[in-house]
Design a protein around this ligand. Structure first.
Ligand SMILES: Cc1ncc(COP(=O)(O)O)c(C=O)c1O
Length: 431
C-alpha cells in the first residue's frame, strides 16, 4: 500500500506576521530592568491589550525556568516547592493591592474567581443577587445557571453606564438591593465601555446595608492603583494575564478575613480534606487543585518587578504613562474621524472607548463582533475591538495602551477608521 508523504508543515495559508512572532526559547540575558521586549510581530499594531494581555519575553523566560524545575522532578515540585512559591507570589500581589496576603488565593483567571464566589455561597430559592448591566458575559452566564438550578433571583441594575454619573450608577445598583440580597456584583473596569466603575463607593454602601459585594477586577490590577483595604470589598476577583502581563491562566481571588471560610474551589483536590493547623484551608485548597501548571501565577513577582522597573514612578508611573498615551491617542482618532469619546477622559484608565456611527445592517464580522474589526486586522494589521455597549448596543471601538504602544499606532488607526467609516457611509450603511 503506498502512502502519500507526510507534509511536516505547510504554513502557506498562515498570515506572515503570526509566524514571525514565534520564539519560545528562554532568554536568560533579559534582566528585571531590561526594557520590555514583547513577542508582538513587526507590522502588527496591538491596541487590544485588555482582552488577553501580552507576556513580556522576560516573564516568559522566568516561567520557562520554573517549568524546567517542575518537569525535572514533579513530585518534589508539587509536594515541596509549590506552596512556598505560591506564598511568595501572594505576597507580591498583596503588596501591589494593599491587602492581607492570607486573603489571596490563586485562580486561572477572573472568570474562575467570580464563579468560585457565586458557587461557594450557599444560595437557594428566594435568595437574590444584584449585578449591574455592565457585567462580563461569563458572570451573567454563571448567574443564569444559578437561577435555573437553584432558583436564585438575579436582579440586573440597568445603570446605562457610561451615559450617567458614578453617583447614578451606585444609586441604580443599590435600588435593586432588598432584604433578600446576598451578593452585589460590579466590575471594577467595565469590559465593553472601559470606564472605571465606582467600586469603592458601592462597597461602602453595601457594607452599610450589611450585604456582601464582589468586585470583578479582571481589568483592575495593572491599570489602576488599588488599595483593597480602602476599597474594602468582601471579594475581589482579578486576572493577572491582562494588565500584570503574567502568562495566560493567571488570576486571583481576594476575600476579606470574615469571608474566607466556605469559599472552596470549583473542583476539590485530593488535599482538600487534609487538616493543616499551620495553614488555612482557604490557601492550601486553592494552591493545589489537582495536577496542573501553576507557573503563570508563580511568576507574578517577576512580572510586577519587571514592569515596575520600566518607569521611575514604578507601577503607578507606568499606569499614568499608559493613561496619558491612550487618552492622547483616542483624542487623535476622535478628531480625525469627527467622532466622540464615550465619556470624559478621567473615567478611563489604560483603555478608552470611542463611539462609532452605527451600522444599519447590524452585520457581524466573519471572525469578530463587527465587520470593521475584521477589516482592521486583515487589511490594516491593527488589532482593536469594535463592539456594542451594554443596554443600548451603541457601537464603540476600544483602544488600549501599554508599553508596546506608540502614538503612531493611534494615528494609523485614525487613518484606517476614517477610510473604513467613509466606505460604510458611501455604501449607505450608517443608520
Ligand atoms: C470585566 C471582566 N470580567 C471578567 C473577564 C474575564 O477575564 P478572564 O478571561 O481573564 O477570566 C473579562 C475579560 O475581558 C472582563 O472584562
Amino acid at each position: 500500500m503506498s502512502m502519500s508523504p507526510i507534509r511536516v508543515s505547510d504554513h502557506s495559508s498562515v498570515p506572515r506576521v503570526a509566524l514571525a512572532a514565534v520564539d519560545a526559547s528562554p532568554q536568560k540575558s533579559l534582566t528585571v530592568s531590561s526594557p520590555v521586549s514583547w513577542p508582538i510581530p513587526d507590522g502588527l499594531r496591538m491596541l487590544n491589550h485588555g482582552s488577553y494581555g501580552i507576556v513580556p519575553r522576560y516573564v516568559r523566560a522566568r516561567q520557562a525556568e520554573l517549568r524546567e524545575l517542575m518537569d525535572a522532578d514533579p513530585v518534589h515540585w508539587f509536594k515541596v516547592e509549590l506552596e512556598p512559591r505560591a506564598d511568595r507570589a501572594r505576597a507580591a500581589i498583596a503588596g501591589l493591592l494593599g491587602c492581607d496576603p492570607e486573603g489571596v488565593t490563586f485562580m486561572p483567571n477572573a472568570t474562575f474567581g467570580v464563579a468560585t464566589v457565586i458557587q461557594s455561597l450557599d444560595l437557594g430559592a428566594g435568595d437574590e443577587i444584584v449585578a449591574t448591566d455592565q457585567e462580563y458575559k461569563a458572570t451573567l452566564n454563571e448567574l443564569e445557571r444559578l437561577n435555573k438550578r437553584r432558583g436564585v433571583v438575579i436582579r440586573i441594575a440597568e445603570t446605562n453606564a457610561p451615559k450617567v454619573s458614578d453617583e447614578e450608577i451606585v444609586e441604580t445598583t443599590m435600588a435593586q438591593v432588598t432584604d433578600r440580597t446576598r451578593l452585589v456584583i460590579m466590575s471594577h473596569i467595565a469590559s465593553n465601555s472601559a470606564i472605571v466603575m465606582p467600586a469603592a463607593e458601592l462597597s461602602r454602601r453595601c457594607r452599610e446595608r450589611g450585604v456582601a459585594v464582589l468586585i470583578d477586577g479582571a481589568h483592575g490590577p495593572g491599570q489602576v492603583g488599588i488599595d483593597l483595604r480602602e476599597m474594602a470589598p468582601t471579594y475581589y476577583a482579578a486576572s493577572g494575564h491582562k494588565w500584570l502581563c503574567t502568562p495566560k491562566g493567571s488570576g486571583f481571588l481576594y476575600a476579606e478575613a470574615g469571608a474566607r471560610e466556605g469559599i472552596t474551589p470549583l473542583a476539590l483536590s485530593c488535599r482538600t480534606a487534609d487538616v493543616r493547623p499551620e495553614r488555612a484551608s482557604y490557601l492550601s485548597d486553592f494552591d493545589y487543585i489537582g495536577t496542573g501548571d501553576f507557573t503563570p501565577n508563580l511568576v507574578a513577582p517577576d512580572a510586577i518587578a519587571h514592569l515596575s522597573a520600566q518607569d521611575e514612578g514604578g507601577f503607578a508611573g507606568l499606569q499614568r504613562r499608559n493613561h496619558e498615551m491612550v487618552v492622547e491617542g483616542a483624542r487623535r482618532i476622535a478628531d480625525r474621524c469627527g467622532i466622540a469619546l464615550a465619556s470624559g477622559v478621567d473615567r478611563f484608565a489604560s483603555m478608552v472607548t470611542i463611539i462609532l456611527p452605527s451600522r444599519s445592517d447590524g452585520a457581524a464580522g466573519a471572525h469578530y463582533d463587527d465587520p470593521i474589526w475584521d477589516t482592521l486586522i486583515e487589511k490594516w494589521r491593527i488589532q482593536v475591538p469594535v463592539w456594542g455597549l451594554p443596554l443600548t448596543g451603541e457601537r464603540v471601538v476600544r483602544v488600549s495602551a501599554h508599553l508596546h504602544n506608540r502614538l503612531g499606532d493611534y494615528d494609523a488607526l485614525a487613518e484606517a477608521l476614517a477610510t473604513e467609516l467613509e466606505a460604510e457611509r458611501v455604501a449607505g450603511l450608517h443608520g
